[in-house]
Structure formats: C-alpha cells, structure tokens
Design a protein around this ligand. Sequence first.
Ligand code: CDP
Length: 255
Amino acid sequence: MKKEGEKKMGMKSDVQLIKDGKRIDGRNFDELRPLKIEAGVLHRADGSCYLEWGGNKVIAAVYGPRECFPRHEQDPLKARLTYRYNMAPFSVEDRKRPGPDRRSIEISKVSRQALERVVFLEYFPRTSIDVFVEILQADAGTRIAGITAASVALADAGIPMRGLVAGCAAGKVDDTVVLDLGKEEDNYGQADMPVAMLAGTDEVVLMQMDGDFSKEEFDQAFELIRKGIKQVYEEQKRALKEKYEKGIEGDINDQ
Ligand code: CDP
C-alpha cells in the first residue's frame, strides 16, 4: 500500500533502483532475498510455520479439520477452508489500524482460493480447516510470504494436499525485470507480479499484478518466478523434513 506522496506503481520515479548492474540492496536481478522457514513452531495449533523472507516475519497456524461453526456453513460434500491474513499494528512503519481492511480481505480471499485448489477438501465433509496468517513484520511481498508459510503449516497439520503451494514475485524497476521486490523496489518500482504455484508443476494458483509489463517483460518475469519458486519449494521441504527428523529423535529420547 502506498503512503501519501509516494508514486503509484507503473509511473517512473526519480529514485535510482539499479546502479552498476546491481539492485539497491546489492542483489542480482534474479536473486531472492534470504529465506528461512521453520515448521511446527506453535504447540496449540494442529500445524504451524514461522517464515522470514528478507525483512518479512510471518507466523502461520492451521486448525482442523474441526467442527464447522456456524453450522449453516457446513458443506455435506467437503470441508470449508478459511484463511485470515492479518497485519500486526507494529508490522509496518506507520502503525497499522488493527482489524480487517479492504486490502487484508482481498489478500485473504485470493489466498484461500489458491489453497482450495490444492487441499483435498472432499476428504473431510462438514468440517472446517482454518488458516491464520499473522504478519509480524512487513517488508514487501507479504501475501506471498503468507501463503508460502500457510502451505507448510497445512502440511505440518497433516492435511492431505496435491502438493505444497510456493510463491514468489517479480517486478520491474528502472525498466528492468527483477525477482522478489524489496521494500524500496515495491514503493518506487514500475510493476509487481506476485505468483503462487502448485510447486513442482506448471499450475498457477494465484497471480496478481500491479503496474504493467510488455509481453516480453511478462515472459521474462514469469521465467524468473519459476526459478524463484523452485528455491522456495526446496526451503519448504527442508523445513518440513527438519521438523519430522527432530520429532522422531524427540520421540526416541522420550522412551
Ligand atoms: O505485502 P504485499 O507486497 O503482498 O502487498 P502490498 O499491498 O503490495 O504491500 C506492499 C508493502 O507495503 C507491504 O509488504 C508493507 O511493507 C507495506 N504496507 C504498509 O507499509 N502499510 C500497510 N498498511 C500495508 C502495506
């Protein structure tokens, strides 16, 4: 979201975002910000995940399948999936007013629709699977950080899925297509395209766009995103493996 006085995505800005072939934070055009994922961090949730991506810090918690309330929302043929994306008041530079707003309602909706495509909801009729995503610190790219964490939390909860959902964004800054926009790039760049896919396939489950690309730029951005998503998927799998290896060791020690 832009502050007053900041330019709108798609307009040229005076801020120089690329210098000597490097981006403002020193990254190459095809380089992700550092990403670290941990699965199973909350003991009261059925599944959970903590994720740090650049300056973003995100917690995801999954509850369910559990009884669906209110009852009239029960579906006799499949589970209901809910997704709540929430930004903590202290997550951004200016305090964010607590509670839902238009932006968080939109992000919750597109993220829910993306996950509905991969979760086997028909296995759990009449129940609810509830996903909560809390943005503790925001630094551009939080919807993608959120859905990436949510997908790990769903796997951690043992919810059957066609696969993990992994996301990544690409954008345009100083007329150059780059991967995974940082905060300044998001504020002063010309375009931003967050994408989430069923990892390991070519299936897109979420795609949005702020600003605009030419056809060539779009193809270039999508190719970068594909490569970015591969790296994100590897980190998701590493986090889940680590959790279960630890779990098994823990069980042995408990005996
Ligand atoms: O976070 P994401 O890129 O998915 O969504 P956005 O609406 O494009 O927001 C970009 C960034 O603006 C966020 O990641 C936050 O860092 C910042 N923002 C903010 O400072 N205050 C808000 N109320 C909302 C977003």
